[in-house]
Design a protein around this ligand. Structure first.
Ligand SMILES: *Cc1c(COP(=O)(O)O)cnc(C)c1O
Length: 493
């Protein structure tokens, strides 16, 4: 069962099943649904799983959670991993140094790790909507990776409509094309004249707009959400950390029971929360290293216990998916460690004072699991070049992890870093790194150049984007969003 991070307001059920939590993710006082308890895994579990494939491992872990979704539906959801590069396992664990391994999580259809969770999640959400004979609308604002992955998973799914807002000019060409060429009747993609914050704020104000809500009601449409705080995504993000551990066992790098480090390039903290839950369940993780770029709010928080955005401005970096000030999933860690009353207090302080502080004792508890560093773009670009010379290509988000590997690792045990995107999504930055210049390359020329000089493969889902038909060509002012979405909903029953 699932409970709420900020306690219960007595207008909602005190405990809910998984299906309820993922269809209606907004909990009391603006909190999040979170599992009442976590199942345990131990050495005998790893022993049993060491000869199984990724899908079987996943099903076994999901069953431990005892959620109210039938095995058949879970199995169908997991079968979507068959469309990833390698049919037997959607991830790939690559050794780049004797103690450094990369867990490549980007081998899915949109080349970012978001597919790992959104692909199976989309199937389950659509199944539940059909089962209830209800229609759901999912609104997303994206800075680049969430939009494509959400559209891809819900394309042509029954009982679900998706409206995706992106900042016009604020994403890479590849990311924009991934969205505007997505051809399905139940999807609407809208460019906004403004930045990502404008897009996100526009959505937030729609959610509380009474006209808009009446229109949805009149059209029998319910609102759900597919953002990274939905537990339906988090549950799939626990699995790949466990799988990387078992893979190290399979590759004879560790014995069952030995500890490892896991390093995560973090933004909204979903990926890191998955590792935290895996650790709590019994995965032998020595520490979880949190990597940030110069938007280093997570680094500050984990090192000082103070989460303070009162004087912070969001900065643009070469790792845009980590450009964030409010990292939503941190809330679940606060709840887990300090309980719902304290969690509510801290979150209210963040909303009111743009700041909260842990006590000394609380900070000690946080640091039992997490350590953090950040790096700037220069470090990331030099790191990309360094590893290209060693014949490993990592994207700018993954490169931020190397600072953690260099500076935080104190024990001689393996360090797994999570690779969250393929280089093909950020080709101009990659070429800047390789050539040590700051020219403005187009995605297309950078892709072609890198593929030629490094003999690196561009997957067909990326190369085909440039000749695909553009289906969504709407770019509008913020003030027209409500009108545009309403006419999509009404015209397209
Ligand atoms: C979303 C994303 C991240 C951040 O992941 P969180 O789970 O939000 O912390 C990092 N890298 C890439 C490439 C992403 O798309």
């Amino acid at each position: 069962m699932f409970i709420e991070t900020r306690g219960n307001d007595s207008n909602r059920p005190k405990k809910v099943e998984f299906s309820y939590a993922i269809l209606n993710p907004s909990a009391s006082f603006g909190g999040l649904y979170t599992p009442e308890s976590l199942p345990k895994i131990d050495n005998s579990f790893f022993e049993k799983m060491r000869n199984e494939n990724y899908k079987t491992l996943s099903l076994n872990i999901l069953k431990l959670f005892n959620i109210d979704i039938e095995d058949r539906v879970l199995q169908e959801a997991l079968n979507l991993y068959d469309n990833f590069d390698n049919k037997t396992t959607p991830t790939l664990l690559t050794k780049v140094k004797s103690d450094l391994f990369v867990n490549e999580l980007y081998h899915g259809p949109t080349r970012a790790f978001k597919d790992m969770a959104l692909q199976p999640f989309g199937h389950i959400l659509s199944f539940l909507a059909k089962k209830e004979s209800k229609k759901y609308l999912i609104l997303v604002a994206t800075s680049g990776d969430t939009g494509p992955a959400t559209l891809e998973t819900f394309a042509n799914k029954e009982n679900i409509k998706v409206v995706c807002l992106y900042p016009d000019g604020g994403t890479s060409d590849v990311q924009r094309l991934q969205m505007v060429t997505e051809n399905a009747k139940n999807l609407k993609v809208i460019g906004i004249k403004g930045n990502f914050d404008d897009a996100q704020n526009a959505l937030k104000s729609l959610l509380t707009d009474s006209d808009f809500n009446k229109m949805l009601k009149d059209n029998n449409i319910n609102l759900s959400a597919a953002n990274s705080v939905n537990f339906g995504r988090i549950i799939f993000q626990i699995i790949y950390h466990i799988s990387s551990y078992i893979e190290l066992v399979k590759q004879n790098e560790i014995e069952i029971g030995e500890k490892i480090y896991i390093t995560i390039p973090s933004g909204n903290f979903g990926n890191a929360l998955g590792a935290y839950y895996a650790k709590k369940m019994g995965l032998p993780i020595e520490k979880i290293f949190i990597a940030s770029n110069i938007n280093n709010i997570l680094t500050e928080f984990i090192n000082s216990g103070v989460y303070d955005i009162s004087n912070k401005k969001l900065l643009n970096t070469t790792s845009p998916a980590m450009d964030i000030l409010i990292s939503s999933n941190v809330e679940r860690v606060l709840f887990d460690k300090f309980g719902s009353a304290r969690c509510k207090e801290l979150m209210e302080s963040l909303a009111k004072n743009k700041k909260y502080s842990l006590t000394k004792d609380e900070l000690v508890l946080l640091q039992e699991d997490f350590e953090a560093v950040f790096c700037d773009d220069n470090f990331a670009l030099e790191t990309i070049k360094h590893y290209v010379n060693k014949e490993y290509i990592m994207d700018p988000h993954t490169a931020t992890c190397i600072k953690a590997y260099n500076e935080l690792k104190t024990k001689d045990i393996p360090c797994v870093i999570c690779s969250t995107a393929e280089w093909t999504k950020f080709a101009p930055t990659m070429l800047n790194a390789i050539r040590n210049d700051d020219k403005k390359y187009s995605d297309k020329e950078a892709l072609e150049e890198i593929s030629k000089t490094l003999n690196a493969k561009i997957p067909e889902c990326i190369s085909s984007l440039f000749s695909k038909k553009i289906v969504h060509d709407v770019v509008i002012e913020k003030s027209d969003i409500k009108k545009e979405i309403s006419s999509f909903i009404k015209g397209n029953q």
